[in-house]
Ligand binder design. Structure first.
Ligand SMILES: CCCCCCCC/C=C\CCCCCCCC(=O)SCCNC(=O)CCNC(=O)[C@H](O)C(C)(C)COP(=O)(O)OP(=O)(O)OC[C@H]1O[C@@H](n2cnc3c(N)ncnc32)[C@H](O)[C@@H]1OP(=O)(O)O
Length: 194
C-alpha cells in the first residue's frame, strides 16, 4: 500500500533490503555488466569507465574520473554525465540483490560543480524493496570517499526479466550477446533469484 505521493519514497510496508547469499564479497570489483555500456564498459573510448565494488550489506562504491570528453560547461562535467554515473552506480546494486532491474525514475541533485580531472567517489545503497520495485539512493563526492558531496540521486529501479533486453534491444547487439555463453549464463543466473 502506498502511503506517500513521492514515488521515490518506499511505502511503509516495503521489505528491508536483503543481500543475496551469492553476492560478491565486500571490496570485490564487480566488472562491467556489458563491454559496450557507456558508463562501465571498456569498449567505449569516451565512456565513463566507472569501476564499482561490492560494499557491506546491499551497497556498492564506485569511482570515475571526469575527462575532456565529459564536459558540459568549459572544464566542468556535464550534468547528464554525472546522472549517468549515479545511474550506473545504482544499477550496480543488481549484483548485490542478484536481480536484473532498470531505472524507472532517477532524481538528481547537483550541489557542487565537478571539474575535469576530478575523480568522483560514489556510493549507493538499497533502501527497500517492494515487489519488483527497488528503492535506492546514491551520493558522489569529490576527490575522496569522504570528500565534499557534489551530487546525489534518489531512484526507483524496476525488476525485469532478461527477455526485456532481448525483446527491446537492437538485433545486432542482442545477437552478439546471445552468442556469448558467459554473458548469458551470468544474466540468466540473476533470474532464478530464490
Ligand atoms: C540480450 C540479452 C542481454 C541480457 C543481459 C543483460 C544484462 C544487463 C544487466 C543489467 C542491466 C542493468 C543496466 C544498468 C544500467 C543503468 C540503469 C539504466 O540506465 S537502465 C536504462 C534506462 N531505463 C529504461 O530503459 C527503462 C524503460 N522503462 C521500461 O522498460 C518500463 O517502463 C519498465 C520495465 C520500467 C516498467 O514496465 P513494466 O510493464 O515491466 O512494469 P509496470 O507494470 O509498468 O511497473 C511495475 C511497477 O513499477 C511501477 N513503475 C514503473 N515505472 C515507474 C516509474 N517510472 N515511476 C514510478 N513507478 C513506476 C509501476 O507503477 C508498477 O507498480 P505497482 O506494482 O503497480 O505498485
Amino acid at each position: 500500500m502506498t502511503t506517500s505521493n513521492n514515488p521515490l519514497q518506499p511505502p511503509a510496508d516495503a521489505a528491508p533490503p536483503r543481500r543475496h547469499p551469492d553476492a560478491p564479497p565486500p571490496g570485490e570489483l564487480l566488472g562491467p555488466h556489458y563491454d559496450q555500456c557507456f558508463a562501465c564498459g571498456g569498449g567505449q573510448p569516451h565512456g565513463l569507465h566507472l569501476a564499482a565494488r561490492a560494499g557491506e550489506g546491499v551497497s556498492v562504491t564506485a569511482e570515475f574520473t571526469v575527462t575532456e570528453a565529459h564536459q558540459g560547461a568549459p572544464g566542468l562535467a556535464h550534468g547528464g554525465v554525472l546522472a549517468a554515473a549515479l545511474d550506473e552506480t545504482l544499477g550496480s546494486l543488481n549484483w548485490l540483490l542478484h536481480t536484473t532491474s532498470v531505472t524507472g525514475r532517477l532524481e538528481t541533485n547537483y550541489l557542487r560543480p565537478v571539474p575535469v580531472g576530478t575523480t568522483l567517489f560514489l556510493d549507493a545503497h538499497v533502501l527497500a524493496v517492494d515487489g519488483r520495485k527497488i528503492y535506492a539512493t546514491a551520493t558522489g563526492r569529490i576527490g575522496a570517499p569522504d570528500g565534499p558531496v557534489a551530487v546525489r540521486a534518489d531512484s526507483l529501479f524496476i525488476e525485469v526479466k532478461v527477455d526485456h533486453f532481448i525483446e527491446n534491444g537492437r538485433p545486432e547487439e542482442v545477437q552478439a550477446v546471445l552468442a556469448d555463453p558467459d554473458m548469458m549464463r551470468r544474466a540468466r543466473a540473476f533470474e532464478v533469484n530464490p
